[in-house]
Design a protein around this ligand. Sequence first.
Ligand code: PLP
Length: 381
Amino acid sequence: VVYLDHNATTRPVPEAVAAMVQALQASWANPSSAHGPGQDARRALAAARARVAAFLGCGAAELVFTSGATEANHMALLGALQMSGRERILMSAVEHPGSQALAQRLRGQGVKVDLIPVDAQGRLSLAAARSLIADDVAVVSVMGANNETGVLMPVAEVAALARSAGALMHVDATQLAGKAPLSFAASGADLMSVSAHKLGGPKGVGALMVRKGVALPALLSGRQERNRRGGTENLPGIAGFAAACDRAAATLAADIRHMAAQRARLEAGLAAALPGVHVYGAEAERLCNTLCLRFGTLDAEQVLMKLERAGIVASSGAACSAGGTQPSHVLLAMGESPLHAKAAVRLSLGFDTTAADIDAAIAAATQELLPLLADGLAAAA
Ligand code: PLP
């Protein structure tokens, strides 16, 4: 199959798999143990930490390994609330469902959560952010790039706003890592989340970067990670993460150019072959690999089923629930109708997606969807 769902997860790169096997076999002792094998594992952990930190542009002491971005996002928001004693949060209206669910839970506990709206292209409204910011805000949380549309967010500008109100700035950079240049130091953010499995590393490991001097409380109590994240370190996962970072660092600029070219090929090919293609965030600055679009009003579920039958796997922004699919909150926040939002399909490329993959996807979409779209046009005429 042609895998066009890299924003959901990526295949672990061979370097990451090898590093994980090596860590499982050679560094299985507890890094907290005082004996020789424990100290060897501790050194392996420190070496992996330095490589991940170098890739992310943060200090090694600023990096807290977590079970992934969801945990990092929780640690950031809950820690900021606890640390500041303030009871208000600002976040974009298009944050990841895990963060939205946390916001909902916090609302139930009396925390005020205000959503910063986006425009029809998915771009964050800085004017709205300016009108919402005040000195009762504990943290402003904005993603670096949206996972559904790929639209980039104005992190530096929001960070300056947060700073002006004495609030912390948190960036969920999960979709940026490996797909855009990324530097925690240069970002202006106080807190930044990433996840290994979006850039060729394993699932179940990620990190929160905490700016030096920010005394963020732990989410999980314990003495690991400088008292910031209790629990025996996931050394195999962290070793795989570090190997994935090394690979991405070595080829990032070329990877970005390649993905941008293949995305352009896909976008142009689909628009030329099919009527009624609408691309989300087309006028916004977007990640190099993401194409969120709808084919007229064809339902995403039907489109995905047809594409998979023809060997192409992708995903929709819609969340499946017991009662059926819910339209994507991201597209609704962009002002789309529920009918259109339920038609949205996300095609997301990887550094190893080839031109042949793209041509196969265009051919499959044309073969499977053109008859349906032609029927629709005939019915409308
Ligand atoms: N944040 C964003 C923007 C994501 O795309 C994802 C991926 O699903 C997550 C957070 C969650 O990451 P993890 O699977 O590591 O918890």
